[in-house]
Ligand binder design. Structure first.
Ligand SMILES: Cc1ncc(COP(=O)(O)O)c(C=O)c1O
Length: 423
């Protein structure tokens, strides 16, 4: 009998994979808590929450139960001209906890589509008002997704190289310095002063794909205040940071000034099913609320607000808002901090940084690029320890489901120390 892995090689094209160099995929047959089990019975500790989506552990019985109840009652129906309880309830509950004056929830399919919708909302907002503001600003190194609009507002990198000629122009603000963000702020202000900037999009506090690059909440606050001052819309892309990753429920909880538009996905369903959300304030919505049909938002997907997925998101929210989940996040934050202190002075650690439940180590190397051999060495090292870790070039990071135990965290920390000793 051919294995799943063998059959995969015949028919599957994997994401973000150099298929020639990396022809083999590990076939996972079961998920439980922090672990994934492959077809040969090997169990792997999921240290990066399966591309940052999983919050409460794999195949969570409560989420599974709620999903199965919903799929048996109403699996799907189109969302133009129709609605349903799970979508309405999820919107009501999210609006209660989102930081800001959000009043409307727009559903889509994933993080990239949540960003596409946000960009379209921001650009059409001004065009509906008859005001010429058609520039977009973003932060250097940003990653907002893989669709064309999302790629355009992402930093130009190996991810976007083949498509450079097809991406619309965006001005990028320098990433804030560790000690001093004044140059970054001054650049933002200079560009805003032109008066033609529709929106500034930013991953608040942490740029994930760029290598878990972190900046402080004061700088984020100042970015947002400048946008307010010059009448530019603020888009907070909380696709990665949302739902507790940075400690509080959202990274924007760290600051006072609130965004006009927010993008959510990943942890939204606890990592069970794909969904994107773009939240908008009343002011944004009102610009589309008109007798003129040309002013409506021309966007929608076949599976918009799928009720089964909404049920997963509602179940995940129940778990997220329990005290035990808050306590778990605190526990992870404290454990990370103690680990950081214990390796900070290692000669191979260029930098160690933490925001909330996310910790990243930058390993000293001559070639800190996405495709370094060091990256593959580290990836294989962790796999040999039954840990799933996908280094971003020379950067390793832990972004765990919140149900990870102290012992499991210590196991990952020890493996990292062993790696440092072996390099
Ligand atoms: C900040 C941010 N925005 C958008 C995306 C795109 O999300 P998706 O992969 O669901 O399209 C990602 C994915 O990593 C992300 O980290």
């Amino acid at each position: 009998m051919p294995t799943i892995k063998d059959r995969d090689r015949q028919v599957i094209w994997h994401p973000y994979t150099a298929m020639k160099a990396w022809p083999e995929a590990i076939a996972i047959v079961k998920g439980e808590g922090i672990y994934l089990t492959d077809e040969n019975g090997n169990r792997y500790l999921d240290a990066i929450a399966s591309w940052w989506v999983n919050l409460h552990g794999h195949a969570h019985p409560y989420i599974a139960q709620r999903v199965s109840e919903q799929i048996a009652a109403l699996e799907h129906c189109m969302f133009a001209g129709f609605t349903h309880e799970p979508a309405v309830r999820l919107a009501e509950r999210l609006l209660e906890i989102l930081p800001g004056n959000f009043q409307k929830i727009f559903y889509s399919d994933n993080g990239s589509t949540a960003v596409e919708v946000a960009l379209k909302m921001a650009l059409q907002y001004w065009s509906n008002k008859g005001i010429k503001k058609n520039k977009l600003l973003a932060l250097q190194n940003a990653y907002h997704g893989d669709t064309f609009g999302a790629m355009a507002v992402s930093g130009r990198s190996v991810f976007t190289e083949a498509f450079t000629d097809f991406l619309f122009e965006v001005d990028f603000i320098p990433f804030p310095g560790k000690q001093d963000s004044s140059y970054s702020l001054a650049t933002l202000e200079r560009l805003l002063q032109n008066g033609d900037v529709a929106a500034f999009i930013v991953e608040p506090l942490i740029q994930g794909s760029a290598g878990m690059l972190m900046f402080d909440a004061d700088t984020l606050e100042l970015y947002f205040r400048l946008c307010r001052k010059y009448g530019t819309l603020i888009i907070a892309d909380e696709v990665m940071t949302g739902f507790g990753r940075t400690g509080p429920l959202f990274a924007c909880n760290y600051i006072q000034t609130t965004p006009d538009i927010m993008c959510l996905s990943k942890g939204l369903t606890g990592g069970a099913l794909p969904m994107g959300i773009t939240a908008a304030t009343r002011d944004i919505f009102d610009a589309f609320y008109d007798d003129d049909k040309m002013k409506m938002l021309y966007h929608g997907h076949s599976y918009t607000a799928n009720p089964t997925i909404c049920a997963a998101a509602l179940a995940s929210l129940d778990l997220l808002l329990q005290d035990s989940c808050t306590q778990n996040r605190k526990r992870i934050i404290n454990a990370h901090a103690a680990f950081a202190a214990s390796v900070a002075h290692h000669p191979l650690v260029n930098d160690i940084r933490q925001t909330g439940t996310i910790i990243a180590l930058e390993i000293a190397t001559e070639t800190p690029a996405y495709h370094t051999t060091l990256r593959d060495v580290m990836y294989r090292f962790f796999l040999s320890k039954n840990i799933i870790m996908r280094p971003l070039g020379n950067i390793i990071y832990i972004l765990p489901p919140y149900c990870i135990s102290d012992e499991e965290l210590q196991y990952i920390y020890s493996a990292i120390k062993e790696l440092l000793g072996s390099l």
